[in-house]
Design a protein. Structure first.
Length: 366
């Protein structure tokens, strides 16, 4: 029997033939140029060769696409790999995490018996706000080697953190590593990347996910970005050989350079579609009387009137799957995260919820 980790729960586990609102990736799906390069790599049997251990071409391709410094980049097996590498290389004694956020850190910190300080986002009726005052107060008392982690835009809240706030945190935590998870940055028109802070501040590490941007979760690819050469060297020594597979290496080394303009146009179109469809879902949720929180990401956090497990049970009649968000720190069994999809799927969800509400199949939350 397979061991289950209660600290590790993710979206993307919808049953076959279900419309999956649990996976927060680009709703436009895989770009044609990337799909073509994947096919090309299979035909060329790229998988029968080891990738270049240094990932020179991949680093340069990422740097060209994002207009950043190639020597500050370490390719990753998805952005989730970064935290394991940073903790293993840096060996901090304390971790400060602004939550709720992507949850793998809890399993890692528990396994390593690290001192873990969880800082709760401030909840308002229709939005969450970054807990800057608490983060500031903690900076006065933290004396040990530490890391501080937050996501921008936040997953699952969808909120943005202004660049000025991030810069203040970098000042406050000069002796700590500040990890900014920007996994959904490419899919947000409002949130702004902290790339421009990297040259000046050696204590910032930015994480990016190409998996979510280009809807290829099975390829597992992302990167971290920092000007901290000491940390970069430690991670290079610590990371496993060939942590990015040969197909992902080939596809993105080519795609981000040869098809840069195509992909930039694709991302601009993606942001427009996400904005339009998220607004459609927000308007529809309002009509249905559902409580949701303002988001600038490709998903929306909803607080239902009943346990999300019950909601999911009723949605199964329509072969729809959403993300039970109760596994996120500080969220409850009434919270669900709904990814933005294309109009036909979004209408399917709204119609299903309308039927459920009309039938009055669930009552008020406690």
């Amino acid at each position: 029997m397979a061991l289950m980790n209660p600290m590790r729960m993710h979206g993307g586990v919808a049953p076959e033939n279900y419309t999956d609102f649990s996976t927060p990736i680009n709703p436009l799906g895989v770009p044609d140029v990337i799909r073509g390069l994947i096919s090309e790599s299979i035909k060329s049997e790229i998988y029968s060769f080891y990738p270049n251990y240094n990932y020179t071409a991949l680093r340069e391709a990422i740097a060209e696409f994002y207009n950043i410094e190639p020597s500050y980049i370490i390719p990753l097996n998805g952005a989730a790999e970064a935290l394991y590498l940073i903790v293993g290389a840096e060996k901090p004694t304390t971790a400060i995490v602004c939550e709720p956020t992507f949850g793998d850190h809890r399993a890692l910190f528990h396994a390593l018996s690290m001192n873990y300080i969880s800082v709760q986002y401030a909840e308002f009726p229709n939005m969450y706000v970054f807990p800057f005052n608490i983060v500031y107060m903690l900076s006065k008392s933290i004396k040990s080697k530490c890391i501080i982690l937050f996501s921008n835009p936040n997953n699952p809240l969808g909120t943005c953190i202004p660049i000025e706030v991030i810069e203040k945190i970098l000042h406050m935590y000069r002796n700590c590593i500040v990890i900014v998870d920007e996994a959904f940055m490419d899919l947000s028109r409002i949130c702004k990347s902290a790339f421009k802070l990297v040259e000046e501040y050696k204590n910032i590490v930015i994480l990016r996910s190409l998996t979510k941007t280009f809807a290829v979760p099975g390829l597992r690819i992302g990167f971290l970005y920092t000007s901290n050469t000491k940390l970069l060297h430690k991670i290079e020594v610590f990371r496993q050989p060939w942590n990015v597979n040969s197909i992902a290496d080939y596809v993105f080394s080519r795609a981000l350079t040869d098809y840069r303009n195509n992909l930039n146009e694709f991302l601009e179109h993606s942001k427009s579609v996400i904005e339009t469809e998220r607004q459609f879902l927000e308007y529809s949720f309002s009509e249905l009387g559902l409580h949701f929180y303002k988001s600038y990401a490709p998903f929306i956090l909803v607080r239902f009137h009943n346990d999300v497990k019950n909601i999911q049970h009723f949605l199964e009649r329509f072969k729809i799957w959403i993300r039970d968000a109760s596994s996120f720190q500080f969220l409850t069994r009434y919270h669900g995260r709904i990814s933005v999809r294309l109009r036909e799927d979004n209408e399917k969800l709204i119609n299903a919820l309308r039927i459920i509400l009309k039938e009055k199949v669930y009552g008020e939350a406690q």
